[in-house]
Design a protein around this ligand. Structure first.
Ligand SMILES: [Zn+2]
Length: 61
């Protein structure tokens, strides 16, 4: 029972690749609020969040 193969192999390299993409500006945006009114900009914006790094952004529609 000494040579149990780990079922789930951790792959830090894959995680790192995701972060590298984020660093390059290739975020995995997910729209969290479409058509939200931004008081600062005075117009409707689309709020998005990156699934990988959790970064937020708002875009004017
Ligand atoms: Zn990201």
């Amino acid at each position: 029972m000494g040579d149990v193969v780990p079922f789930k192999i951790s792959r830090p390299a894959e995680r790192h690749r995701g972060k590298t993409l984020c660093k390059r500006g290739f975020h995995r945006w997910e729209i969290i609020n479409d058509g939200q009114f931004d008081v600062r900009q005075g117009k409707l914006v689309t709020a998005s969040k990156c699934k990988r790094c959790g970064k937020h952004k708002t875009e004017a529609r």
